[in-house]
Design a protein. Structure first.
Length: 566
């Protein structure tokens, strides 16, 4: 019976690993490996007669190429290309006179590198940039006719303030194209303390014919992965599309390369974003306005994600304005929720969002009291363990009983090793006499697994952990322990906890039961300190409760170590 129980446990463990891997693939924007299912977005795209990799009919690259030629011809060759830098208390933005595009964005309240990199700790984080090695910019323009201004059209900065002054709540940045028939005026309005920017596009028609322009907005970046990734864990980097109908849809760069990108192509709500670990940018348009989403590869390693929306027809000497918003900032849940519905989903908790969001809320409340994210993690794990105390007690009592009768089981197995049928009958008799349920220690622990996985994603995804100190040498909860002290403690507590459990009767299973936790512990040398602290706290509390229950039941605290020599 013990062999059956252990076999079932290994099956449950293996299936759990399959499920976790499958959901990990989905969390990183990849298709499910074992349980693929077509998304609603794919079905909608297929129903509309478009293939998954279709570029919108009003192709941005085609229209922009034609418009750029016209803009280049009409531009005065003496007009130099310039960069304008404006600063608020939250952002420092760099604007290019070519198209009035945002080609640089520094997040002033977040440092450029983790505190383990002391040489850069005083520099703000750069999210958007345009350098020979990295491209990440926000662009807009018009398509739908010849000679319309695009993100390649020369524009002139027309207002003088470049810094948000004390007592000032708004900073307005205005760019205008030349009045060559159709004039585009872009107005960026930055607010104090805000990461979302109002972007107004005013189109003035000075031609003798009616025009029907379409506005496009896009985020362009290369396919480089995030520097915080390790061989043992990674977070999603790439475009994402959100609509109320299809919800949050991540698009992998390799899927774009293969024309296999799946997302809802048309909608009247939502946003298009470019996501990376801890930070994101997004173009937003008001609800009820038709837009056509696109995610495409431009050239080499450059990708763009955005949408196209039609503006009302503009009569000669008329004008129309389209209002959009651009978010550039950290994935702080409270901030994201106030900007737009669904934007908080760029902080991706995966398939356990319903559990993760309350855990984050509780973690934040604890932090507001203790003022330290490290101690907040410790206290949150204590509260979770307290909530599951009686459930854990049931499991540990069952394990204590198993440990108490384990010598009898081992002796019986050795005595009846040549008679498997008699061995099973004798084993079941011992379980009945001792009132032991072989599965009693499994189910209570299995029930808690989703909670602890959800907490794992909370700690991995929360930008608040970035550069957050705990004690002494731990100056950044989002980076690995520079002295590897926490991973070593984690390994020791794992070994200690394993030694408290009863050994499986089968020698091979007993060795595997010891070796697997040690192998998994190696990964924690590369994990963020906050995650390792969480597991250490959980291990210590488990050891204390298990030892206490063993003591109450009269089971001596004895380390069980398999014979690795045999």
């Amino acid at each position: 019976m013990t062999d059956i129980r252990r076999s079932i446990l290994w099956m449950v463990f293996g299936f759990s690993m399959i499920l976790l891997w499958d959901k990990w693939q989905l969390h990183n924007g990849k298709p499910a490996t074992f349980f693929p299912s077509p998304s609603s977005a794919t079905a909608k795209a297929d129903a509309s007669g478009k293939s998954n990799g279709d570029v919108p009919a009003t192709s941005v690259e085609t229209a922009v190429s034609a418009a750029t030629v016209g803009a280049a011809k009409s531009a005065a060759p003496s007009v130099p290309r310039t960069t304008t830098v404006v600063t608020t208390d939250a952002l420092r933005l760099s604007f290019d006179s070519e198209g009035g595009s945002v080609i640089g964005a520094d997040i002033l309240q977040h440092k450029s590198a983790t505190l383990s990199s002391k040489s850069q700790e005083d520099k703000p984080l750069t999210l958007l940039t345009q350098t020979p090695t990295h491209t990440y910019v926000a662009q807009t323009g018009l398509i739908g006719g010849n000679g319309l201004p695009t993100h390649k059209t020369p524009m002139v900065w027309v207002n003088g303030d470049t810094e948000l002054k004390e007592g000032q709540n708004e900073l307005v940045v205005r760019f205008e194209s030349a009045n060559d028939g159709v004039k585009l005026v872009k107005t960026y309005t930055l607010r104090r303390g805000a990461y979302d920017i109002a972007v107004s596009h005013e189109v003035i028609n000075s031609t003798s014919a009616e025009i029907k322009p379409q506005l496009y907005v896009q985020l362009v970046r290369d396919g480089s992965t995030n520097a915080s990734e390790t061989p043992f864990y990674s977070t999603f980097t790439g475009p994402a599309v959100f609509t109320q109908a299809a919800k949050y849809q991540k698009v992998e760069f390799p899927d774009i390369d293969k024309n296999k990108a799946t997302f809802q192509k048309t909608a009247t709500d939502g946003y298009v974003a470019m996501v990376q670990h801890y930070f994101a940018s997004a173009w937003l348009l008001g609800d009820g306005i038709e837009r056509e989403h696109f995610v495409r590869k431009i050239e080499n390693n450059l990708y763009s994600a955005g949408f196209i929306t039609a503006m009302p027809a503009i009569a000669p000497d008329g004008r129309q304005t389209a209002q959009t918003r651009l978010f550039i900032g950290p994935q702080a849940e409270k901030v994201l929720e106030t900007v737009a519905s669904g934007l908080e989903l760029v902080k991706d908790y995966g398939w356990l969002t319903m559990l993760a969001k309350p855990l984050y809320w509780l973690l934040e409340k604890i932090h507001s009291v203790v003022g330290n994210w490290g101690w907040a993690i410790v206290l949150l794990v204590v509260l979770i363990k307290a909530a599951f105390y009686w459930l854990n007690a049931t499991a540990y009592r069952s394990m204590a009983k198993m440990k108490a009768i384990n010598p009898r089981i081992m002796e019986m197995r050795e005595r009846l090793k040549d008679n498997p049928q008699q061995m099973q009958m004798e084993m079941m008799r011992i379980y009945r006499e001792e009132k032991v349920n072989p599965m009693g220690g499994c189910f209570p622990i299995m029930i808690q697994i989703p909670v602890f996985i959800a907490l794992y994603w909370v700690l991995l995804s929360s930008v608040e952990m970035r550069n957050a100190p705990w004690i002494g040498w731990i100056t950044d909860m989002s980076s690995p322990d520079p002295w590897y002290i926490l991973p070593l403690v984690m390994t020791l507590t794992t070994v200690f906890q394993t030694a408290l459990n009863p050994l499986p009767p089968d020698p091979l299973q007993a060795k595997m039961m010891w070796l697997m936790p040690l192998v998994f512990s190696v990964m924690f040398f590369f994990f963020p300190a906050g995650l390792v602290l969480y597991w250490i706290t959980n291990n210590i509390l488990t050891i204390i409760q298990q030892a206490f229950i063993n003591h109450r039941m009269g089971v001596p605290v004895k380390f069980t170590i398999p014979d690795f020599k045999s």
